[in-house]
Design a binder for this molecule. Structure first.
Ligand code: ARG
Length: 591
C-alpha cells in the first residue's frame, strides 16, 4: 500500500525547492509553513531569511513566487505576497479532493510506515501482586496501551513488558502465613473465581499476615527465613508464591478486561523474572567500578544528584544485608531488553514520582555499557490523578479509591447518558449496555490521554461523560452521526469529485483530515498521545462547522455535490475511527 504525502508536506517541499532555486545562497532554509485562516497556508520563513541575507523580504518573497511558477501548477491555485513578506498559499480544490481520494483508496488512509522500523520494548501496566490496583496503575495502562497501538501502526516491532511487583520481602510474610493457614486461598472446587473475589481474599490474607507480623516476633523470624527460602528457589516456597501471583492475575485481568484491554500472559514479566540475573548485574557493576561498596551496600554515585543535606544520593543496587532491590531488577531488565530482545527504544510508562529512579538507572546502564548511543531510553512519566477538588484522588474518608468501583461508576453514568437518547436512535437494551460500556470506559481513557501525560489531571466523571467539550463522548457522537448520515444516504454513494468547487468549511475539514498521518508520525516519535487526542477533537470540531455550513443530503444539492460531501464525511469517519482505535476507544455505530 502506498503512503500518501499530505498537501501540507507537498507544498512545503515545493516551497523549499523554490526557495533554494530563487536564493541559492539560502541553502536549505525552512519555509515555515503553517495552516492559516486567510488562505490555506501561510509561509513565514522568508522573513528570517531576508534578515539573514540582508535583503528586502517582500522582494525575496516575490522571487520565490516566480520560482514556484504557479500559473501552470495543478496543486497551487494562488500564491500571494502579503504583509512584511509572508506568502499566502491557496491550493486547488482538485488537489485537495485528489489527495483525499488517494487516502480513501488505502486501508491505512495513506499513513506512511516508518522508514526505519526497530524494536521498542514498552514497560506499562505494572500493578503489584497481592495489592489493590490504584489510579496510577490505570494511567500507566491507558497511556501504555495507546503507545503500543500507535507504534505498531507505524510498523515498529513492539514488545510489551508488564513489570509487576511480584518479588520482595513482603512475600516472606505472606507465604509464611499461608503455610500456617493453608486454606485461606482455597476456592470452592470447580467454581470460577471473579476478580473481586480474588482481590478480597488476597486483601484479607494480607491484613491477617501483617497483623501477625507486627505482633508476633516468632512469626516475624519465620517470615524472614521464608524470604531466604524464596530467593534461593525452595520449590515448596515457590509453589506458594505462585499461588499469590496466579490469584492476583485473576484480579488484574478482570480490571484489564473492564478497561477493554488485552494483556498477554507472556508479556507479564515481573520483578521475579530477573531474579537469576541480579547477582551477575551487581558483580558486573562492581568489577567495572561503576558501583562501589559504601557502608556495605553496593552503590552508584552521581555528581549532580544530591539529597536535601547536600550529600550525594546514590542508587543502591544491593543492600548491606545482601538483598537486591528495585534498581537491581530494573538494571537487569535493561540488560535483558537490549541484549536479548534487541530493543532500540525503551519506554517506561511510570509515575513521574519515579523519575529520579529512572534517571539514575539509565545513567548507570550507560556507564556500564548496557545502554549505548544507539538505544533510546525514555520514561514516559505521568502526573498524579486529582479529585474534582484538586487534591490527590481519595474517597471522602481519605482512602484510595478502588479502581473497579471507579470504572463501574463511569459505565453507570455513561449508560444513563446513552439511555436518554436510546429511543430516538432506536437502540435496544443490549446495545444500550454495550454502548454504555464503550462510552464510560472511553471517557476515562480519553480524559487521561487528552492532557499531556506529565501533568496532573482531574478525575471528574461529570465532565468526562459530558456531551459538550473535549470528551470522548463528543467524538463518539461525531462518529455515530457520520454513520447515520451514510445510512440515510440510501442510493447516493460517497464518491470523490475533484472538479467541484469547495466551500471554506469543506476545505478546512479536508485539510485537517489530510494531516492524520503526520500527527501519527509525530506522536510515534515524541511519545505524546495527547497530540493525537487534540487532533481528533479538532477533527470533530471541523466536522461540526461543516455540518453547520454545508448540507449533505439536501434535495437542492446536485448529485455530484451529495456524493462528494458523502465522500468527505465517510473519510472523516474512517479517520476518526482509526484515531480513536489507536487511543483504545471504541466508536459505536449508533449512539
Ligand atoms: N510496580 C511499580 C509500581 O506500582 C511500577 C513498575 C514500573 N516499571 C519498572 N520497570 N520499574 O509503582
Amino acid at each position: 500500500m502506498a503512503s500518501v504525502p499530505s498537501l501540507a508536506s507537498n507544498v512545503q517541499q515545493r516551497l523549499a525547492n523554490a526557495l533554494s532555486a530563487a536564493l541559492p545562497e539560502a541553502g536549505s532554509a525552512d519555509p515555515l509553513l503553517r495552516r492559516s485562516d486567510r488562505a490555506d497556508f501561510q509561509a513565514n520563513g522568508i522573513l528570517a531569511l531576508a534578515k539573514q541575507l540582508k535583503g528586502n523580504p517582500r522582494e525575496l518573497a516575490a522571487k520565490v513566487v516566480d520560482a514556484l511558477g504557479t500559473e501552470s501548477d495543478e496543486v497551487l491555485r494562488e500564491v500571494e505576497v502579503s504583509g512584511p513578506g509572508f506568502l499566502n498559499i491557496t491550493v486547488s480544490d482538485a488537489a485537495i479532493i485528489g489527495t483525499l481520494a488517494a487516502r480513501a483508496a488505502d486501508d491505512r488512509l495513506g499513513v506512511a510506515l516508518t522508514a526505519d522500523p526497530g524494536t521498542t520494548v514498552i514497560d506499562w501496566a505494572q500493578p503489584n501482586v497481592a495489592k489493590e490496583m490504584h489510579v496510577g496503575h490505570l494511567r500507566s495502562a491507558v497511556i501504555g496501551a495507546a503507545m503500543v497501538n500507535i507504534l505498531e501502526f507505524t510498523g515498529e516491532k513492539v514488545i510489551s513488558r508488564h513489570h509487576i511487583g511480584d518479588w520482595g520481602t513482603q512475600f516472606g510474610m505472606l507465604i509464611q502465613y499461608l503455610e500456617e493457614h493453608p486454606h485461606e486461598l482455597d476456592h470452592r472446587e470447580g467454581s470460577e473465581v471473579s476478580g473481586e473475589e480474588a482481590m478480597s481474599s488476597l486483601d484479607r490474607l494480607y491484613k491477617a499476615a501483617r497483623a501477625h507480623f507486627d505482633s508476633d516476633e516468632e512469626f516475624k523470624a519465620r517470615s524472614r527465613d521464608r524470604v531466604v527460602a524464596l530467593q534461593s528457589g525452595d520449590p515448596a516456597t515457590l509453589a506458594m508464591w505462585q499461588r499469590f501471583v496466579d490469584e492476583s492475575k485473576i484480579y488484574f485481568n478482570s480490571v484489564f478486561e473492564k478497561l477493554d484491554m488485552e494483556i498477554a500472559d507472556e508479556d507479564i514479566v515481573g520483578e521475579s523474572g530477573y531474579n537469576d540475573m541480579l547477582a551477575e548485574t551487581c558483580r558486573l557493576l562492581e568489577e567495572s567500578g561503576v558501583a562501589v561498596r559504601s557502608d556495605g551496600a553496593l552503590c552508584v554515585f552521581f555528581d549532580d544528584i544530591k539529597g536535601p543535606d547536600g550529600e550525594p544520593t546514590p542508587l543502591i543496587v544491593q543492600k548491606s544485608n545482601g538483598g537486591f532491590g528495585y534498581a537491581a531488577t530494573d538494571l537487569s531488565a535493561i540488560r535483558d531488553r537490549v541484549g536479548k530482545l534487541g530493543a532500540r527504544n525503551l519506554i517506561y510508562v511510570v509515575d513521574v514520582r519515579q523519575s529520579m529512579h529512572f534517571k539514575m538507572v539509565f545513567e548507570t546502564a550507560r556507564r556500564a555499557g548496557w545502554l549505548t548511543d544507539e538505544v533510546r531510553a525514555v520514561q514516559l512519566a505521568f502526573g498524579t490523578v486529582l479529585g474534582a477538588d484538586g487534591k490527590p484522588f481519595k474517597t471522602r474518608e481519605g482512602k484510595t479509591v478502588k479502581l473497579v468501583d471507579l470504572l463501574d461508576e463511569a459505565v453507570d453514568r455513561a449508560t444513563a447518558v446513552v439511555r436518554e437518547k436510546a429511543e430516538k436512535v432506536g437502540l435496544g437494551e443490549e446495545e444500550i449496555v454495550e454502548n454504555g460500556r464503550y462510552v464510560g470506559i472511553g471517557a476515562i481513557k480519553y480524559a487521561d490521554l487528552s492532557t499531556s501525560a506529565v501533568r496532573d489531571y482531574k478525575f471528574d466523571l461529570d465532565q468526562m461523560v459530558s456531551l459538550n467539550g473535549d470528551t470522548s463522548v463528543y467524538l463518539q457522537y461525531a462518529y455515530a452521526r457520520i454513520r447515520s448520515i451514510l445510512r440515510k444516504a440510501g442510493d447516493a454513494k460517497p464518491a470523490a469529485h475533484p472538479e467541484l468547487e469547495l466551500h471554506p468549511a469543506e476545505r478546512a475539514l479536508a485539510l485537517h483530515v489530510d494531516l492524520f498521518g503526520e500527527v501519527v508520525a509525530e506522536v510515534a516519535g515524541t511519545y505524546e498521545p495527547h497530540k493525537l487526542a487534540a487532533y481528533l477533537y479538532q477533527l470533530a470540531s471541523h466536522l461540526t462547522t461543516f455540518y453547520d455550513k454545508c448540507q449533505v443530503l439536501s434535495s437542492e444539492n446536485a448529485p455530484e455535490l451529495v456524493e462528494n460531501r458523502l465522500f468527505l464525511v465517510e473519510l472523516t469517519g474512517r479517520t476518526l475511527q482509526q484515531g480513536m482505535a489507536l487511543l483504545g476507544i471504541r466508536t459505536p455505530e449508533r449512539l
